[in-house]
Design a protein around this ligand. Structure first.
Ligand code: MD3
Ligand code: FE
Length: 210
């Protein structure tokens, strides 16, 4: 039986829970994320080719995703401060186990901040050791115009990800091509200073690191 999100995208394994987080859950999670950002400030990564991302990033959990001239990788410390990433907020761990049913906790949470014209080009997520573990994405703040299509190329579909929406990428959708075309500036007042936060919870290492 296909879910409505799978029917909408044509991607088996794409799970989507619009409005999964009530407004009070969103502010509770936002507070925990702002505490992470106070310890591990946003920084602007560069592509391996030396182009700055329009998105700024930080991480929490044992491992964090970084990009620089050395390539894409997961590492246990912030690339600017050199400090270990802060712990993953309890609300995120609870969301992961509740929605994915995975026995193992996530070991990495990438926090992306989109402001103004920030976007993210179509790509696949394949820097994780075990590509069968799901990815869980939580959106807070301004609505994003999200694009997703099959791993092997072919037609993409556009979907709006609003504040409190959660999606999981499992099975064949795990290697889907996806990106953020733009955010709708002014569509939410949740994030102080404006913008959209996206949290992606992953299992980056092929073994327990926590
Ligand atoms: C589909 N982030 O961090 S979240 C990323 O909104 C990333 O910041 C976007 O793509 C963002 O890598 C999209 C939705 C998402 C996240 C991970 C996926 C979709 C995915 C992994 C595989 C397939
Ligand atoms: Fe991605």
């Amino acid at each position: 039986m296909e879910t409505s999100a799978e029917l909408e995208t044509g991607l088996e394994g794409f799970r989507y829970w619009p409005g999964a987080l009530a407004p009070s859950d969103q502010t509770g999670l936002l507070d925990q994320v702002l505490a992470v950002v106070a310890q591990a400030p946003f920084y602007r990564p560069e592509t391996p080719g030396g182009r700055p991302f329009s998105v700024v990033m930080t991480n929490c959990g044992p491992l964090g995703w970084v990009s620089d001239r050395g390539g894409y990788r997961y590492q246990p410390h912030h690339p600017v401060t050199g400090l270990p990433w802060p712990a993953m907020p309890a609300r995120l761990l609870a969301l992961w186990s509740g929605l994915t049913g995975e026995a193992e906790p996530p070991d990495a949470c990438l926090v992306n901040l989109y402001r103004g014209a920030a976007r993210m080009g179509l790509h696949q997520d394949r820097d994780e050791a075990d590509l069968t573990a799901p990815v869980l994405s939580v959106s807070l703040g301004e609505t994003a115009v999200f694009r997703i299509g099959p791993a092997g190329g072919g037609p993409t579909r556009s979907l709006r990800l609003a504040s409190g929406d959660v999606c999981a990428l499992t099975g064949p959708a795990r290697l889907a091509r996806h990106g953020i075309d733009r955010v709708i500036v002014g569509s939410s007042q949740l994030v102080p200073g404006g913008g959209r936060l996206n949290l992606t919870l992953r299992r980056a290492a092929g073994f327990r690191v926590s």
